[in-house]
Design a protein around this ligand. Structure first.
Ligand SMILES: [Fe+2]
Ligand SMILES: [Fe+2]
Length: 141
């Protein structure tokens, strides 16, 4: 793992964070039915976390000498509340997996500060994933 590869991987992570921001904003708008107030609030709260992740990654990419991407990864299409929650769960689980791997790569590159930050992000994404999993656990429809 050299610095250029690490920058490329962080840029893929940044594209996913930009996508997560759009995904949560869109799903907050689309949530309907009796649980709309809670779902909408839940999604909007996530936007703030993902924005901080995106901000950190963009800064780090520049610090490493790279150019941050500005195009998000595609957002999963989802119609119903259940489909939206399932798409969110999949994205959050993927984020946990990606940042776990990225923290190892940061260690390999000797960047302890980045590794620690990425592990913090593993904790954040694990929290998002667990909350979403619990909402889905007794989902009525
Ligand atoms: Fe995130
Ligand atoms: Fe997340």
């Amino acid at each position: 793992m050299n610095k250029e590869q690490l920058i490329d991987h962080l840029n893929a992570d940044l594209a996913n964070e930009l996508s997560a921001i759009i995904q949560y904003l869109t799903y907050a708008a689309k949530a309907n039915g009796p649980y709309r107030p809670q779902l909408s609030q839940f999604y909007l709260t996530e936007v703030a976390d993902e924005q901080l992740h995106a901000q950190y990654l963009a800064n780090k990419i520049v610090a490493l000498g790279g150019e941050p991407v500005t195009i998000p990864a595609p957002v999963a299409k989802a119609g119903t509340n259940r489909e939206m929650l399932e798409a969110v769960l999949e994205a959050e689980r993927k984020a946990v997996k990606n940042y776990t791997q990225r923290a190892i790569e940061a260690e390999e590159c000797g960047d302890k500060g980045l590794a620690v930050q990425l592990e913090d992000m593993v904790r954040d994404e694990s929290g998002h994933s667990e909350e979403t999993e619990r909402i889905l656990r007794d989902w009525p429809l």
